[in-house]
Design a protein around this ligand. Structure first.
Ligand code: FAD
Ligand code: FES
Length: 243
């Protein structure tokens, strides 16, 4: 499960946000919504979603938050990354009906897995729309890439790009029957309240081992149990988790 990835390109895609395209040792298929646990120090790994896969190339998009992501942003072409994965379950793209009306909703660092998810849906001939939320114009990334796949709306909290407000300001729930979302917990909590029949949320909480062994990532469920985000998720039905 551990593989060495080789950085092919690195570029800055927004203020404090980086795109890393890496070559992997094989070209096996990967379901969208899964992640890799990337080594950022002798003992530390950080979970980063798979933002795209094309043959043996794999793309990560990430925001520099702390030491680990700053290390990743310093990598250059030719450098190698020790990657554990792919991990987690991913969005149920193969199981949605071909006539489903799908909206993908991403907030900030939750946007990356939705790009590969939307690509896979479009490749299956399923039409879908994206709503991408950011803080401000400077932090917007991959807007053009999403637009190439289908209708895309951007929102910013300060109104410097797109619609002013949170992603929910741009979401007309009456037009959709299926929703895939990834983003900060407050965003996912408000999405839980939205009346759309099938809602799948990808949770990006803090992780330790990434493989179900340490309980760092547990999330409570309505029936009084816990799920592990890394190995039971990160994607859950909205009604399965308490955020
Ligand atoms: C399944 C999964 C997929 C992810 N995919 C992406 C991705 O594609 N792109 C991306 O940019 N990020 C992604 N993240 C979040 C990313 O893993 C964190 O930003 C990263 O671990 C921060 O590590 P760091 O060493 O840079 O910061 P740290 O030094 O560990 O933390 C810096 C500060 O940020 C806070 N923090 C760290 N991680 C989180 C978090 N997950 N949620 C809230 N606060 C946090 C810490 O409490 C601390 O205050 C994902 C997380 C998960 C669980
Ligand atoms: S991160 Fe260790 S159990 Fe999920």
């Amino acid at each position: 499960m551990i593989q060495l990835l080789t950085v092919v390109t690195r570029r800055q895609i927004a203020s404090g946000a980086t795109e890393l395209v890496c070559r992997r040792p094989d070209a096996t298929a990967i379901e969208p919504g899964r992640f890799m646990h990337l080594r950022v120090g002798p003992l530390l790994r950080r979970p980063i979603s798979i933002a795209n896969v094309e043959g043996d190339l794999i793309t990560f998009l990430f925001k520099e938050i702390g030491q680990g992501t700053k290390e990743l942003a310093r990598l250059r072409a030719g450098d190698q990354i020790d990657a554990l994965g792919p991990l987690g379950n991913g969005f149920p793209v193969k199981h949605v009906a071909s006539d489903a009306k799908i909206v993908l909703v991403g907030g900030g660092i939750g946007v990356p897995p939705l790009y590969y998810t939307m690509r896979q849906l479009v490749e299956r001939g399923i039409s879908c729309e994206a709503i991408l939320g950011f803080d401000t114009a400077e932090s917007v990334f991959y807007e053009d890439e999403f637009r190439e796949l289908g209708p895309t709306t951007v929102t910013t909290v300060d109104g410097t790009a797109g619609i002013q407000g949170f992603v929910t300001a741009a979401l007309d729930s009456s037009r959709f029957d299926t929703l895939f979302a990834c983003g900060p917990e407050p965003m996912l909590r408000s999405i839980q309240q939205i009346p759309i029949e099938h809602k799948f949320l990808s949770i990006e909480n803090r992780m330790g081992c990434g493989i179900g062994a340490c309980f760092a990532c547990v999330c409570p469920t309505p029936d009084g149990h816990y799920v592990k985000t890394c190995s039971d998720g990160p994607v859950f039905r909205a009604e399965e988790v308490i955020l």
